[in-house]
Design a protein around this ligand. Structure first.
Ligand code: GDP
Ligand code: IMO
Ligand code: MG
Length: 427
C-alpha cells in the first residue's frame, strides 16, 4: 500500500490537523517532514480540542505510529511539554518515533530569531519567533545540532561551542545583546537526552520497511505551499519545504512510493505575518470571516489576515505539488453571504494574468479580478453528502474545483471529525 501526502495549498492554517486526524484512524504511520513548532494544528475530537505544534496529528489515533522525520526541526523542551500535556489528558504517546537526523532548535536559535526580526524593523517577516529560520540556516551552513548529537557529550560540546563562537559575536556586537554561555546550553540539551532516547529511531529504515510491508504512510505538511522557501512568496515564507517534494527529502522515502498528494484548501484565504496577499479584505467582510472562521493563530495568538478565495493560488498549488485531490475546508464559514466573490485572475499593470507571476514585484501589486457566485443561507454543518448541500453551495464547490485544477474529494463543514463530506475515498 502506498504513501499519501497531505499539505497546505495556501498560506497555512487550512485545516491540515483536522484532515490528518480524520485519516489517522485508517493509516499506520503519520509523518511530519518539515517545519517545527511554528505549526499550530487544531484537532477537535468530540468535545475535546487539541492544539498540536510539533507532534503529527496522527498521535490522537491509537493505532497509528506518529513519526518526526529528519526534515523537522525539534525544540526538545516544546516536544516534552507537548507529550506530557497529552499524557495528562490520557493520550498514549509511547509509539512516537523521532529521526536521529532531525535538527535541534536550541535557546540561541530562538534568541537569534527574535533579535533578527527586531533588527529588520518595518521589513520584518512576522515569524513565529520559535527559532525556525536560524535552525534551518545552521543546518544548511553545516553547523547545526542534530538529535543524535545529544548522545555524545564531547561532540555536542564541540558543536555548540563552534556555533556560539560566531553567534555570540553577532549577539553582542551587532544586536547589542548578552552572550550565551555554551556550557549552559550543553547542560540543558543533555538534560533532554534521556527523556527523548526511547523515541529516537532510524525512521528512514522504519518507514521504508513499513511501505514494503504494505502499511499505509501519511505525510502531514506544516505551513503551506505559499510559505515554501522555494515556491512561496519569498522572503515572506518559512525556512523549509512544505510542498510535496519536501515529504521525500524530509523523510527519506522516495517519490515513487507516493501515490496521492492531497491539498488542503480553505474555502476562503488567510495569512499570518507579513507579505503579499492579493485578496486580503480590510472591510467588514474580512472582519466577519475572521470572527465566524475563528481566524486566530494557534501558535502565536495573532489575528489572521482574511480574504476571499484565490483560484490563481489554488492552481499554482496544484502545479507545484502535483496535487491529485483537494480537501476543501471551512465551507460552513461562508454560510450567510448573499454573494461570494472569488478571485479568478489578477490584473497587473493593466493586463489580465491567469497564473501566479514569477516576479515578486508583479505579485506585490497584483489586483484580484473577481467573479461573484451566489451564496446560501441554510445551515450546512449537518450535511453528510454532497447532495445534502444547498444548490448554491454545491455550485460554489464545483466552480472552485473547475478553477483549481484537481478534484475536491472531501469538504469540511465544521471543525469536528464527523463534520466532513467525503466524496472520493482517500484510501
Ligand atoms: P492547520 O494549521 O492547517 O492544521 O489549521 P489550524 O488548526 O491552524 O486552523 C484551522 C482551524 O479551522 C482550526 O480551528 C480547526 O478546528 C478549524 N476547522 C478545520 N476544518 C474546519 C471546517 O471545515 N469548518 C470549520 N468551521 N472549522 C474548521
Ligand atoms: P500551520 O502548520 C500559518 C508563517 C509566520 C511567518 C512565516 C515565517 O499551522 O499552517 P517562521 O516562524 O516559520 O519562520 O515564520 O511563516 N507561519 C505560519 N503561518 N500557519 C503556520 O503553520 C505557520 N508557520 C509559520 O507567520 O509569516
Ligand atoms: Mg495552523
Amino acid at each position: 500500500m502506498p504513501a499519501l501526502v497531505l499539505l497546505g495549498a495556501q498560506w497555512g492554517d487550512e485545516g491540515k490537523g483536522k484532515a490528518t486526524d480524520l485519516l489517522g484512524g485508517s493509516v499506520d504511520y503519520v509523518v511530519r517532514y518539515q517545519g517545527g513548532n511554528n505549526a499550530g494544528h487544531t484537532v477537535v475530537v468530540g468535545d475535546q480540542k487539541y492544539a498540536l505544534h510539533l507532534l503529527p496529528s496522527g498521535i490522537l489515533s491509537p493505532t497509528c505510529t506518529p513519526v518526526i522525520g529528519n526534515g523537522v526541526v525539534v525544540d526538545p523542551s516544546v516536544l516534552l511539554s507537548e507529550l506530557s500535556g497529552l499524557n495528562e489528558r490520557g493520550v498514549d504517546t509511547s509509539k512516537l518515533l523521532i529521526s536521529g537526523n532531525a535538527h535541534i532548535i536550541t535557546p540561541y536559535h530562538v534568541s537569534m530569531d527574535k533579535v533578527a526580526e527586531r533588527f529588520l524593523g518595518k521589513r520584518k517577516i512576522g515569524t513565529t519567533g520559535r527559532g525556525i529560520g536560524p535552525t534551518y540556516a545552521d543546518k544548511i551552513n553545516r553547523v547545526g545540532i542534530r538529535v543524535q548529537d545529544l548522545y555524545d557529550e564531547s561532540i555536542l560540546t564541540q558543536k555548540v561551542e563552534a556555533a556560539l563562537e560566531v553567534k555570540n559575536q553577532m549577539l553582542t556586537k551587532l544586536y547589542n545583546r548578552r552572550a550565551i554561555a555554551a556550557d549552559q546550553v550543553v547542560e540543558e540539551l543533555l538534560g533532554y537526552a534521556e527523556q527523548l532516547r526511547p523515541y529516537v529511531a532510524d525512521t528512514v529504515l522504519v518507514l521504508n520497511q513499513a511501505l514494503e510491508d504494505d502499511k499505509v504512510v501519511l505525510f502531514e505538511g506544516g505551513q503551506g505551499t505559499l510559505l515554501d522557501i522555494d515556491h512561496g512568496t519569498y522572503p515572506f515564507v518559512t525556512s523549509s519545504n512544505p510542498t510535496a517534494g519536501g515529504a521525500c527529502t524530509g523523510s527519506g522515502v522516495g517519490p515513487t512510493k507516493i501515490s496521492r498528494v492531497i491539498g488542503i484548501l480553505k474555502a476562503y484565504t488567510t495569512r499570518v505575518g507579513a507579505g503579499p496577499f492579493p485578496t486580503e479584505l480590510f472591510d467588514e467582510d474580512g472582519e466577519a470571516l475572521r470572527r465566524i472562521g475563528g481566524e486566530r493563530g494557534v501558535t502565536t495568538g495573532r489575528d489572521r489576515r482574511c480574504g476571499w478565495f484565490d483560484a490563481v493560488i489554488a492552481r499554482y498549488a496544484t502545479r507545484v505539488n502535483g496535487l491529485t485531490d483537494f480537501f476543501l475546508t471551512k465551507l460552513d464559514v461562508l454560510t450567510g453571504w448573499e454573494q461570494i466573490p472569488v478571485c479568478v485572475a489578477y490584473e497587473i499593470d493593466g493586463k489580465r494574468v491567469e497564473e501566479l507571476p514569477y516576479s515578486q514585484s508583479d505579485f506585490h501589486h497584483a489586483k484580484p479580478i473577481y467573479e461573484t457566485l451566489p451564496g446560501w443561507s441554510e445551515d450546512i454543518t449537518k450535511a453528510k453528502s454532497f447532495s445534502d448541500l444547498p444548490k448554491n453551495a454545491q455550485n460554489y464547490v464545483k466552480a472552485l474545483e473547475e478553477m483549481s485544477g484537481a478534484p475536491i474529494s472531501a469538504i469540511g463543514v465544521g471543525p469536528g471529525r464527523d463534520e466532513t463530506i467525503e466524496i472520493n475515498s482517500f484510501l
